[in-house]
Design a binder for this molecule. Structure first.
Ligand SMILES: [Mg+2]
Length: 373
């Protein structure tokens, strides 16, 4: 592969409704798209899932852009890579910046798959033609409003409901959901919102309301608290923010703090590392699944391709486009099938194309960096 240029764009899309987690409220999603062009004129796309402010982790759209411009592009020009592996190697000496690295790796993967006229899903070893998905529901004004919202998603076809919880927003909303829907598959995600002293209270409401999975209740370094919660629990303890690389996963496995792994390519530095970590987690007896970061269509297409890989065995947080955005930047948005699945695109690369006008409307800034003389 001969790479010609790399382009970074900052986009902004209004969300269908404010998305509230224990971190705060998002009204508009600001994110970056990275595209890499080959000298043959093909273009591959990736999405950087960092947010405007560094709330989920230390990265932001501004830090990701600076990393690409100040570190990746100059090194790329000095040591031109010839393949996805070469692109990964050139970024490897740089610490952190995993969301930015992931966006670049995604773009290189899309380009590679397009050049070989294969779908990215099959290029990654994916076998599924449809992937099961669930929906993640933000914090609502009242428990009744939450139960109503859950009902609407169930009607749309989602089978698995994950609700965001935080101290003061857990037992009551879960009771309201269980009263209305006694049999649904119910997960919760606390985005590190609880102190390590909350093990007993979390266990009480999770068991009482038959929660199947409790995701990242404690701070990312509090692996011992996650292990304590997992001991003899009737639910799985899932890690998200705690696992960013092979070392953090090894530590979590050693402490028995992980029965389920939420894999987000952005959090771990790329889809290929995501597959590697999922493999390691499943060898330890855990299950793995693909999480979400309010991606636009490009990131969503990458998540769908990733989730088609057999190492992932639970429904992902990969909703249909209209769950989050009124206007999608793709020509053909992802639509939920009646059985709670999304189709895995079969076209070359990620198998989706940008809607030029919608894309242009969403772009706020753009810069192209030449990679070859
Ligand atoms: Mg999470």
């Amino acid at each position: 592969m001969r790479y010609r240029s790399l382009c970074v764009e900052q986009l902004e899309l209004p969300l269908v409704e404010p998305f509230e987690t224990s971190f705060g409220v998002e009204l508009r999603r600001q994110f970056l798209l990275v595209s890499v062009a080959s000298s043959e004129g093909l273009v591959g796309w990736g999405e950087c899932v960092a947010t405007r402010d560094p709330l989920y982790n230390e990265e932001s759209t501004a830090s990701a852009w600076a990393f690409v411009q100040e570190n990746v592009v100059p090194r790329w020009r000095r040591h031109p890579p010839m393949s996805v592996d070469g692109v990964r190697r050139l970024m490897q000496p740089f610490r952190g910046n995993r969301m930015a690295k992931s966006a670049i790796e995604q773009a290189a993967l899309d380009l590679e798959a397009r050049a070989s006229r294969r779908s990215l899903a099959s290029w990654l070893g994916g076998r599924r033609r449809r992937i099961e998905v669930g929906v993640s529901v933000g914090i609502q004004s009242t428990p009744t409003a939450l139960a109503r919202r859950v009902g609407a998603y169930l009607e749309e076809g989602y089978h698995r409901i994950k609700v965001k919880v935080m101290p003061g927003w857990d037992a009551r909303p879960l009771a309201a959901i269980r009263r209305a829907y006694p049999a649904i598959e119910l997960w919760v995600d606390a985005n590190q919102g609880y102190p390590a002293t909350a093990v007993t209270s979390i266990r009480a409401w999770a068991e009482r309301y038959e929660v199947r999975q409790v995701e990242q209740p404690f701070p990312e370094r509090a692996l011992a608290a996650h292990a304590a919660l997992a001991r003899n629990a009737s639910f799985r303890v899932c890690l998200d923010e705690s696992v960013v690389d092979a070392d953090s996963l090894e530590e979590a496995i050693r402490l028995r703090a992980v029965q389920s792994l939420n894999v987000k390519a952005g959090r771990v530095g790329g889809p290929l590392e995501g597959i590697a970590l999922a493999r390691r987690a499943t060898r330890s007896g855990a299950v793995a699944w693909v999480g979400g970061m309010l991606e636009s269509g490009i990131g969503r297409a990458h998540s769908v391709a990733l989730a088609s890989h057999p190492v992932f065995s639970l429904p992902g947080d990969i909703s249909a486009s209209r769950r989050y955005y009124r206007e999608e930047i793709l020509e053909r948005p992802f639509v939920l099938n009646a059985d709670g699945t999304l189709d895995v695109p079969t076209g070359a690369g990620i198998g989706v194309e940008l809607d030029r006008r919608a894309h242009r409307r969403a772009v706020r800034r753009r810069r192209t960096y030449a990679l070859a003389p």
